[in-house]
Design a protein around this ligand. Structure first.
Ligand SMILES: [Zn+2]
Ligand SMILES: [Zn+2]
Ligand SMILES: [Zn+2]
Ligand SMILES: [Zn+2]
Ligand SMILES: [Zn+2]
Length: 295
């Protein structure tokens, strides 16, 4: 859509009007037949037609070209009134610079900057609106730390707000405590399992040690038995030695003493076999001496 011709100050050349909307060209394009159109107007037309709206010559989008430079210059020099004229803006400027003006025009409508406010006010009154806007917020003057929306101002109660916050914190706290409790319980459980395992391990070790102890005890008993036997043998040997000595003495008395036998060698402890061999020799000697006595 073009610019409303009513907004222009002074004469506007017919050639600068759009052949579709009949307003002053906006983003102009021209056909090979030199008819000119607003970009949006001709694109809309060509959706349903395939010709120039002015003279019906064949036309499609690929044939559209920018407007002649001299015409573009004429267009940009046209003097136009601000679109906020009805609101009170007296601004008249070149078509070239009207967009820049309107973006900053004090009479232009802008949305209130407070979140949730649906109001649109003129840029020049925005400040005033913000100071009374129902959606403005401020920190509670009583120091509860809350930001109060202006529309909730009368309902604001520090105690109620703080109570709500307290409730929130309390429920959060309960959640956290539950979490920690769960964690501790699972940790304790695993420790308990670990201890049970260790206990059974230790029990096995104790059993093993008991077994070893009983084996050692039976060994000790066996050794003690052997020791006792050995002692008996020693006593026996001592007895035999005495007998032999007496025999020797009696033989010497008869004056036919054989050469004195060497004293009995001391048998080292534990040599039982040697001991029995020795007692065999003793028996033999005794027997011979008896034979001698009989003779
Ligand atoms: Zn147009
Ligand atoms: Zn044409
Ligand atoms: Zn303006
Ligand atoms: Zn507002
Ligand atoms: Zn408060």
């Amino acid at each position: 859509m073009g610019y409303d011709i009513e907004r222009f100050v002074g004469y506007v050349n017919e050639g600068l009007l759009c052949c579709v909307c009949r307003d002053v060209l906006e983003d102009p394009l021209q056909a090979p037949c030199e008819h000119a159109f607003c970009s949006s107007c001709i694109h809309g037309w060509l959706v349903h037609h395939h010709n120039c709206p002015e003279d019906r010559q064949l036309l499609d989008i690929t044939l559209l070209r920018p407007l002649f430079r001299y015409m573009r210059n004429d267009l940009s020099r046209l003097q136009i009134r601000c679109r906020n004229r009805d609101q009170g803006c007296e601004m008249v400027c070149s078509l070239e610079s009207v967009d820049r003006h309107e973006r900053e025009c004090e009479y232009g409508l802008v949305a209130c900057t407070n979140t949730g406010c649906p109001m649109q006010v003129e840029r020049r009154t925005l400040e005033a609106h913000l100071s009374v806007c129902e959606f403005r917020s401020r920190e509670c003057p009583n120091g509860c730390g809350y930001t109060i929306l202006s529309c909730d101002d009368t309902q604001h109660s520090c105690v109620a707000e703080l109570r709500t916050e307290l409730e929130l914190l309390r429920s959060e706290m309960i959640c956290k405590v539950e979490e920690v409790r769960h964690e501790m319980e699972s940790r304790l459980d695993s420790q308990r399992r670990h201890m049970v395992q260790k206990e059974s391990l230790l029990k096995n070790e104790v059993e093993e040690l008991k077994g070893q102890l009983s084996r050692v005890m039976s060994d000790v008993r066996a050794l003690m038995g052997a020791e006792r036997l050995h002692r008996q043998e020693l006593e026996q040997a001592e007895l035999e030695k005495r007998e032999l000595l007496e025999l020797l003495k009696s033989l010497q008395k008869e004056g036919r003493a054989p050469p004195t036998p060497p004293p009995h060698p001391v048998v080292p402890d534990g040599l039982r076999k040697a001991g029995s061999a020795r007692s065999l020799a003793l028996d033999c000697i005794k027997r011979k001496s008896r034979e001698v006595t009989v003779i």
